[in-house]
Ligand binder design. Structure first.
Ligand SMILES: NC(=O)c1ccc[n+]([C@@H]2O[C@H](COP(=O)([O-])OP(=O)(O)OC[C@H]3O[C@@H](n4cnc5c(N)ncnc54)[C@H](OP(=O)(O)O)[C@@H]3O)[C@@H](O)[C@H]2O)c1
Length: 323
């Protein structure tokens, strides 16, 4: 089978198309013909092997798993003897921390974050869900316990996480203010945002408006900067971990009032991520949310795809189409 393989950490050029052996499903695994995968900020970090602490999992000097890609949408073509929950021919989507999705086929444990796809979505639309959309559920529902009376600001609203965050916060019934750049204003408004602010022209913290939740989906603002725009019990959420944020999280957890919170969705137990995946499946199935696809690349264009994501201005999700 064809796969995008990397043998060393480094620049996008380390990703090369190669012919590799098709994996064989173990007792509790399914073999999936992958039709779509994604490139996200997490893939960039894994390709680079940075931050270095990640190498404890990925391999100290060079990658142990030579095929990246943790999100997939595709069709089951073979199942292990112990698999009872899926069948050959099932259209499935999800994510696997075992990686390997930058390939025509991948083996995934039937107990991993995997479910049958909503009937109304394409493989491309289903592929980014297990990273971006699950993250939104983890933060808004799991960490901030969002309510329909909440006033929510989504910072970085045009990105992969942000474009789902606007829609999911609206689905929870919240009033949503979205912050994004000039070229994405119309797109973000079409996702249901009540108010849209252009971060290149206006600093939202200067308006005097207070929010119950400020969800920084791109780690480009900070708790200190947003604090005065939070209500007295408001929550600042950030998807991007930093040392100051960690200290603020510990400090605000001890003392009442405004809170700073971060979380690593990928570290949640698979069962919890699967519960979020099934929630998102329902939202897609009933047309409550859609996947925004900004760009499509093929498996052989992987270096270009990585270069594009690395620039930090991805619109919605970047999908790798594997025909
Ligand atoms: N903790 C977790 O569980 C978790 C899970 C998933 C992702 N993440 C992290 O979340 C981050 C976002 O992921 P993503 O896939 O959504 O990223 P992304 O799609 O690459 O984000 C790109 C977006 O960021 C916006 N942006 C760039 N600079 C900005 C600025 N200064 N102010 C406001 N917006 C700005 C861009 O808008 P413009 O083009 O208009 O500038 C673009 O739409 C990544 O760092 C990722 O590692 C964390």
């Amino acid at each position: 089978m064809k796969a995008s393989v990397y043998l060393n950490y480094g620049e996008p050029e380390v990703l090369n198309i190669a012919e590799v052996t098709r994996p064989i499903p173990k007792h509790n695994e399914v073999l999936i013909r992958v039709y779509a995968s994604t490139v996200t900020a997490a893939d960039i970090m894994m390709r680079k092997g940075k931050p270095a602490i990640g190498r404890l999992y990925l391999g100290l000097l060079k990658p142990k798993r030579t095929i990246l890609g943790f999100e997939f949408a595709g069709e089951i073509v073979e199942i292990g003897n112990g698999v009872t929950t899926f069948a050959v021919g099932d259209r499935v989507f999800g994510g696997t921390t075992a990686l390997g999705c930058y390939a025509e086929y991948v083996c995934v444990s039937a107990e991993d974050v995997i479910a049958t796809m909503p009937d109304n979505t394409t493989f491309e639309e289903a592929s980014p869900v297990s990273g971006s959309a699950i993250t939104v559920m983890n933060f808004l529902q799991g960490k901030a316990n969002i309510k329909k009376t909440d006033n929510v600001l989504v910072y970085g609203a045009s990105g992969g996480v942000g474009s789902y965050a606007v829609q999911i916060a609206k689905w929870f019934g919240a009033e949503v203010t979205a912050v994004c750049g000039t070229s994405n204003q119309a797109m973000v408004r079409s996702l249901g945002a009540d108010f849209v602010i252009d971060y290149t022209k206006e600093d939202f913290t200067q308006s005097g408006k207070r929010y119950d939740i400020i969800f920084d989906t791109v780690g480009k603002t900070s708790f200190s900067h947003c604090k005065r725009s939070l209500t007295s019990t408001g929550i600042y959420l950030s998807t991007v971990l930093s040392f100051p944020l960690l200290l603020q999280m510990m400090w605000t957890a001890l003392f009442g009032g405004k809170k700073a919170i971060t979380s690593s969705t990928g570290m949640l137990p698979a069962k919890e991520r699967l519960r979020y995946l099934l929630q998102i499946k329902e939202l897609l199935q009933t047309g409550k949310i859609v996947t925004v696809i900004g760009t499509r690349y093929t498996l052989s264009q992987m270096p270009e795809a990585h270069r594009y994501v690395e620039k930090g201005h991805k619109k919605g999700n970047l999908v790798i189409t594997i025909a």
